[in-house]
Design a protein around this ligand. Structure first.
Ligand code: SF4
Length: 208
């Protein structure tokens, strides 16, 4: 299960389910991913030789195999002490789903014995590459990611909570293991932005 599937699942399982049935998960956005990766590399290089990597975290949690690539993994003393998600958004908002993706990745690492004590989850968001570069230069300082806010960007942080991550993964994996049907999450704001709104029987306010 990849990060983009997880992202859709957190948005609305009815959307995830429809996209799985359509087989549409090959439609990635490599251009944007490359751009954010470039910004990460530049931010890391500007900090000197410090323990930050871009890794795909692959492993089992809650009976499901996950493959998630946070934009940065901070390594301290041979263990992961921070996970960073970096996003370009027109409004620099941080969503619960940003943290949820990092929590799943951290739970996988915990099961592999690779997580340091009290690791920091960080989400950096800016409306453009310039703002994101500033946010990352602020956040990525030893020994752990730190929160902050600039003119157009924000870096939000939270200490990883293993009990919360387990509850989340148990809920998410119920769908993947066939224990329950997809749960639609209709809301006016969510459905208005959803690519399925014209065809979804669960859409808030009715079809289209
Ligand atoms: S239209 Fe609303 S309920 Fe339907 S898939 Fe999209 S977000 Fe979910």
């Amino acid at each position: 299960m990849t990060g983009s599937m997880l992202s859709d699942q957190l948005y609305c399982e009815a959307l995830l389910d429809a996209r799985l049935r359509e087989g549409s998960y090959r439609a990635l956005r490599p251009g944007e991913a490359r751009r954010v990766a470039r910004l990460m590399v530049d931010a890391i290089a500007s900090q000197g030789d410090w323990g930050v990597e871009r890794l795909t975290i692959v492993g089992e949690a809650g009976g499901v195999y996950w493959a998630i690539s946070p934009e940065a993994v901070v390594i301290d003393g041979g263990l992961v002490s921070g996970l960073v998600r970096a996003r370009i958004r027109s409004k620099p908002r941080v969503y619960e789903s940003d943290y949820a993706i990092l929590e799943v990745a951290a739970l996988v690492l915990e099961g592999q014995g690779l997580l340091a004590g009290d690791p920091v989850l960080a989400v950096a968001v800016a409306p453009d590459g310039e703002g994101l570069a500033e946010a990352l230069a602020h956040a990525l300082r030893p020994p752990r990611p730190r929160p902050g806010r600039g003119g157009s960007w924000v870096v939000s942080t939270r200490i990883y909570d293993p009990a919360r991550a387990r509850r989340l993964v148990e809920e998410l994996s119920g769908y993947w293991l066939g224990r329950r049907p997809p749960k639609p999450k209709p809301s006016r704001a969510r459905c208005a932005r959803c690519p399925l709104r014209g065809a979804c029987p669960h859409a808030a306010g009715g079809l289209g």
